[in-house]
Ligand binder design. Structure first.
Ligand code: FE2
Length: 269
């Protein structure tokens, strides 16, 4: 079915319930479990923690754009690894055959085409855990702050792998606010990661909507849409898979945090 482009232009998001077959959700969750089981942080676990501001941790993140890397929840203490991770990123779609196949399926290519992509490039993928009880809040942001092209083309395909609702930290969004300016950029500056303010316009004073999503729902997120998610205080996991596309017609500035010197960007082919 063709996406509702008028609603997308109006709201900056689309919620496509049932877009992903539940067997595909099963397959992605099973594959993530295999990757996690094979990941051994060993005694260096602290290196991967957001609390550790060390050089090794910075490099682990900075080089993750072309790799499959594991990031812990800040609140994780004595949980086993499988219940302590915040996410896996950021090139699952290029480095792992299961995520590659899912991410490059013809239906996603067709969705991108329908949204106006002429030269879609699969830039970033993340497996998001939002663990029971410790899954952290994600503050209000625009994805174009992290994945920047000129003009802005970044678009998110966010797939609910578990039912996501207000109790376990579903996506929240400010409908229509994608028509506002890009507020900031997170970028590389002389080898360091910095956040630079571009525009001090506050988020519009509108009531956020909860994008509750049953398992198998695909949410399309415009790159300029302010969105967030609350912490997961529930006992239920809220796994999701997020894929970010850019259009190859746009310029991808060299100061983007995500660089892949050894891994050329590819589209759906
Ligand atoms: Fe985001």
């Amino acid at each position: 079915m063709a996406p509702d482009l008028a609603a997308y232009a109006r709201d900056g998001f689309l919620v496509l319930e049932g877009f992903v077959p539940l067997e595909d959700c099963d397959a992605l969750q099973a594959r993530a479990a295999v990757l996690v089981a094979a990941f051994n942080p060993g005694p260096a676990r602290a290196v991967f923690s957001a609390r550790d501001q060390g050089h090794a941790r910075d490099r682990y993140f900075q080089e993750s754009g072309g790799a499959v890397r594991f990031f812990f929840e800040e609140a994780a203490t004595d949980q086993p690894v499988a219940l302590a991770l915040n996410k896996i990123g950021h090139a699952l779609h290029d480095r792992d055959p299961v995520f590659d196949r899912f991410s490059r399926q013809p239906r996603l290519a067709e969705l991108a085409r329908a949204l106006g992509f002429a030269q879609p490039l699969l830039l970033q993928s993340m497996y998001l855990f939002k663990q029971p009880r410790i899954g952290a809040e994600v503050g209000w942001h625009q994805d174009a702050a992290y994945l920047n092209t000129r003009p802005s083309t970044v678009t998110g395909f966010w797939v609910a792998l578990d039912d996501a609702d207000r109790n376990n930290g579903c996506l929240m969004a400010l409908p229509g606010a994608h028509r506002g300016p890009l507020r900031e950029r997170f970028l590389r500056d002389d080898g360091r990661m910095v956040t630079r303010c571009l525009d001090t316009t506050p988020w519009p004073d509108i009531v956020p909507v909860a994008l509750e999503a049953r398992r198998g729902t695909l949410v399309v997120l415009h790159g300029l849409l302010p969105h967030a998610s609350a912490p997961n205080r529930s006992s239920r996991a809220r796994h999701a898979y997020a894929l970010h596309l850019i259009d190859g017609r746009a310029d991808y500035p060299a100061d983007n945090w995500l660089q892949r010197p050894d891994l050329p960007l590819r589209g759906f082919a």
